[in-house]
Design a protein around this ligand. Structure first.
Ligand SMILES: [Fe+2]
Length: 391
């Protein structure tokens, strides 16, 4: 039965998915009326095919660049982008790469529009159930996003930036959704298939957490189920044949769907833990999600078995005649089977995490908004137990 009481926020975003789309980027940007762009990218993405094609297509419009964006970005990096944007009077950003590039552009857009320091605009969760979301209603500079991984960061009104203490500051503002997102599978052929696999597990986590989120709705549920189907097929295809540009395009679309899911249904305990694993533990976000998602599903099984049964079906499990609990178990088993076939990391210890950090990670997760949207309340001891299990 469809829940009668919900809200759904759509965004003013043009999505363009086409092999070779970057070659025609100048016409797309002209249609937006932008003339003074800042190019924002990580070192590898800037040097890769997508970065080269973007810089070439927009050669006359890019007035400054911020390269070398680190994983999870950082407050100092955002401050540099803000200073550069003011100095050059930019009228928009073009972000190429993974989530850190687009999140950095979004964060800079917040400071440029709202003033003050970035940290002033971060949202805070006060356990067990109070969430304070800042109102950021001033218009923001437009962003053009060209993703080369499956982080889906560019799709959402949310973003995360690492502070100097290793804590991830999180923000939310529908004005930040890029005005144009270009998916060009061909331009990602130089991105390792293993990076698609791990960041794809993050996209899959967006869909699964959206299905059982406290603020799920009928629209996000449909997007999530389609996202799971598309991602599973595409990730297996990319892993088996890394040169298949159509499979890569499919994977990018799956990631986009996952971003549409969290744009409304948000994320849960898996992401609450993964934020700290990234900002404090130094793990890439995709690797953290590859490891934690099955543990999060197991934690939520007792309150969300019906929803996990939908996940099982989307992953192709035959759940006919099963109880909801058995179908939820089938979802976890199907996910773990997918992990094995993709060859993604499965244990925190093997991923290089310092075990001594586990208590601090559990403590940090308690103030992450993911716990607010998770269907089951979690104590710090329970979060620590999940981390220990994942070790
Ligand atoms: Fe994520």
């Amino acid at each position: 039965m469809i829940r009668p009481d919900f809200q759904y926020q759509s965004s003013q975003c043009r999505l363009l998915s086409r092999p070779g789309a970057l070659e025609r980027l100048a016409a797309e940007v002209a249609a937006l009326g932008l003339q003074r762009l800042m190019f924002v990218s990580g070192t590898r993405s800037a040097a890769g095919a997508a970065g080269r094609a973007t810089r070439s297509a927009l050669a006359g419009l890019i007035v400054c660049e911020k390269l070398g964006i680190p994983q999870h970005s950082g407050v100092a990096t955002v401050d540099e982008i803000v200073a550069l944007a003011r100095q050059h009077g930019v009228d928009g950003f073009v972000a190429v790469g993974g989530g850190s590039a687009s999140d950095s552009a979004k964060a800079a857009a917040i400071v440029l529009a709202e003033g003050g320091q970035l940290v002033d605009h971060a949202n805070v969760f006060y356990p067990p159930d109070r969430y304070v979301q800042k109102v950021l209603d001033r218009p923001k500079l437009p962003i053009i996003a060209i993703p080369t991984t499956l982080s889906a960061a560019e799709v959402t009104p949310g973003l995360g930036i690492r502070d100097e203490h290793g804590h991830k500051l999180v923000f939310w503002d529908p004005h930040l959704v890029p005005r144009l997102i270009v998916l060009d599978g061909r331009a990602t052929l130089d991105v390792p298939a293993s990076l698609f696999a791990s960041t794809g597990m993050n996209a899959l986590a967006h869909c699964v957490e959206g299905i059982y989120s406290k603020v799920r709705n009928p629209i996000s549920e449909g997007l999530a189920l389609q996202g799971i189907r598309v991602l599973q097929r595409a990730l297996l295809n990319v892993t088996e044949n890394p040169d298949d540009e159509d499979a890569r395009a499919d994977a990018l679309v799956g990631a986009y769907l996952s971003g549409m899911v969290i744009g409304n249904a948000r994320v849960g305990i898996d992401h609450a833990i993964c934020h700290g694993l990234g900002s404090l533990g130094g793990l890439p976000h995709g690797v953290a999600n590859s490891i934690m998602l099955a543990h999060a599903m197991r934690f939520n099984r007792e309150v969300s078995a019906d929803h996990l049964a939908l996940v099982a079906q989307a992953l192709g499990a035959d759940t006919r005649g099963m109880s909801a609990g058995a179908a939820a178990d089938a979802a976890i088993a199907a996910l773990e089977s997918l992990q094995l076939r993709l060859g993604v990391p499965r244990r925190l210890g093997e991923a290089g995490l310092d075990r001594a950090l586990l208590p601090r990670l559990a403590e940090g997760a308690m103030s992450d908004r993911g716990l607010y949207f998770n269907p089951r309340l979690a104590t710090q001891a329970e979060v620590l137990a999940l981390l220990e299990a994942a070790w």
